[in-house]
Design a protein around this ligand. Sequence first.
Ligand code: FMN
Ligand code: SF4
Length: 523
Amino acid sequence: MSHKIFIPRDTTTLALGGERVVTAVLKEAQARKLDIEIVRNGSRGISWLEPLIEVETATGRVAYGPVEPHDIAALFDTGFLNGNASHRLSLGDPEEIPYLKKQQRLTFARAGVIDPVSIEDYKAHGGFKGLDKSLTLTGQDIVDEVKASGLRGRGGAAFPTGIKWQTVHDCSADQKYIVCNADEGDSGTFADRLVMEADPLMLIEGMIISGLAVGATQGYIYLRSEYPVAHQVMNEAIANAYASGYLGGDIQGSGKAFNLEVRLGAAAYICGEETSLLESLEGKRGLVRFKPPLPAIEGLFGKPTVVNNVLSLAAVPFIMDKGSKAYADCGMGRSRGTLPFQLAGNLKQGGLVELAFGPTLRELIDDFGGGTESGLPMRAIQVGGPLGAYLPESQWDTPLDYEAFSAIGAVLGHGGIVVFDESVDMTEQARFSMEFCVAESCGKCTPCRIGSTRGVEVIDKIRSGNNVEANLALLDDLCETMIDGSLCAMGSMTPIPVKSAFQYFSEDIALANASSSVQAEAK
Ligand SMILES: Cc1cc2nc3c(=O)[nH]c(=O)nc-3n(C[C@H](O)[C@H](O)[C@H](O)COP(=O)(O)O)c2cc1C
Ligand code: SF4
């Protein structure tokens, strides 16, 4: 009898020695003359338990993790192929691991369960049902369903996806495009990568449905060039989708067409901004375009274009299969559905947590984070990537909802959450945020290009105790100019982390001053 073993092929698992685990399993099975089949699945997103390997048994799957190559012989000895729970790494039924069980997985339901590139496996787990239904509908019907779901763009700005699609739908043009923003440049975010490495056919299905909705026949995935594994998996999945007639000139005999390609990004944060992305996709330098015209009206090569984040497009198959109501029933206020929160930074249990909008930041961290990795108390949490606010404990009871975050001057963005312990120097973090803008500004407008450079200089003066009060007022002025005068969110949002660091953690100014005078004396 052949034993089926699942060992993820995603980036996190590979970084933690996944390939060596595969080699060790193969070697051990050969030595024991056991017939095994290894399926290279994607990750379930429980990063702190990777490499998490699972075996298929008569009563379901059993998980073990985190597994290292030197554990393999003992796992075989204790009968892990039959799901024996006596080994210390045994985690039992993976679906019952509390970290997973407490989630509401709509988008990530198949992640880690299936072989990411297998059409049969995808279909056996509900794949392509949303597309099958969409093929029977008009474009307007699909747009209406997505509107009714309340889905808002998951790439950061939270713009209603259905409204964007309506604009493209209503344009008449000889060619329209679907562009998937898979640049994922935000610090602490990895949900897009997990989709592409664990369930790429779901993204492909979402893009085809988007094409049917607006009348676009060509799609591009603009993929972060630092994601070689996602690149490989995406391309394999696209090839399989073509081979089985889901992509190409006649989708499942419907007479409708959709073609799809992956294009590698230019390794610049600003290339995630949609207009800069389009410039880059056209082969030019990633410079932000003036709006209007909106990309929905004049986008790629001047044609009407849907630009959506991976998670926005990946949510669409669920909406079309289960209905907009099933999606809209989750969430709070105007934030409907689920958001895959990404826990990173100084936490014991980093990983992906998909939940309906609504719990507080504190609940999320307490229920899933497992405390800091360092063991020191938590001090600050940055939510929403490098342009998001640093939140002190007094703000951790804010519900995870777009409007509730905006009411406290923060952003949920892409759902990235980075935790800092009490050893952090928040004036240094403020400097880092401003310096990030210096490095990543596209240079098109003065408040961002010059303002960020002057901002770093002013922060340095504050940190070294030079005329602190006057320089804090100057920094405030500079931030207002960046907010009001920048062409895009890179310049207008950089003040968010900078201002929050000084507002909520002002006691660190005195510490930075003291340490700089000690250093000056030592010289
Ligand atoms: C500086 C900057 C970087 C961005 N990076 C990304 C990114 O990496 N991925 C993404 O989906 N959106 C990113 N965005 C947001 C996009 O401009 C755009 O709003 C998004 O792709 C639209 O898709 P959605 O409506 O599905 O969110 C960025 C925006 C800015 C201003
Ligand atoms: S704000 Fe910065 S990144 Fe955006 S257009 Fe201006 S210079 Fe470019």
